[in-house]
Design a protein around this ligand. Structure first.
Ligand SMILES: [Zn+2]
Length: 60
């Protein structure tokens, strides 16, 4: 399965991901420890920016 590293936006595969983190019921995968560290510092920042990228239109 493919996942998007929420920090850098790269594709992070389960098999090759360097780190894995469960947050608010979702599992996130990271290409590197650095991205994982960044995410842990401020998860909301990365979750919000990912959401904006994927859904440019307004939510109802
Ligand atoms: Zn990354």
């Amino acid at each position: 399965m493919k996942h998007i590293d929420p920090v850098c936006g790269m594709v992070a595969k389960e098999e090759t991901a360097k780190a894995k983190y469960e947050y608010k019921g979702k599992t996130y995968y990271f290409c590197s420890e650095e991205c994982f560290d960044e995410f842990k510092k401020d998860p909301e920042k990365y979750l919000n920016s990912t959401e904006k990228k994927e859904m440019p239109h307004k939510k109802e």
